[in-house]
Design a protein around this ligand. Sequence first.
Ligand SMILES: [Zn+2]
Ligand SMILES: [Zn+2]
Length: 86
Amino acid sequence: MRSPGGILICTDVTGAAREADTFTCAHCNAVVIVKPMTDPAEMGGRCRMCDGLICKRCAARGVCDPFEEKLKRIEASYHARRSYAA
Ligand SMILES: [Zn+2]
Ligand SMILES: [Zn+2]
C-alpha cells in the first residue's frame, strides 16, 4: 500500500476547497499532485535506489539523484569556491 506524502488544499474558482493527494519528488523537490484514484507511481515513479517517490521528469532520467545530495553538492562547491578565493 503506497501512501502519498501529503495533503494539499486546493481552492478552485468557485471557492470550494478540495483535497488532493500530493507527494514531493525525492530528486528535484517538485510537488506532484496525484489525481484521485491514481497510483502515485503513475504520476512518476518510485526510485529503486533511494526508495523515494519521484516525478515523471526524474523517472524519465532513470538515475538516482536525491535532492538532499544535490544541496550538499551545491554547498560543497560554494565552500570550495570560497576557500579558493581566500
Ligand atoms: Zn523530480
Ligand atoms: Zn533516488
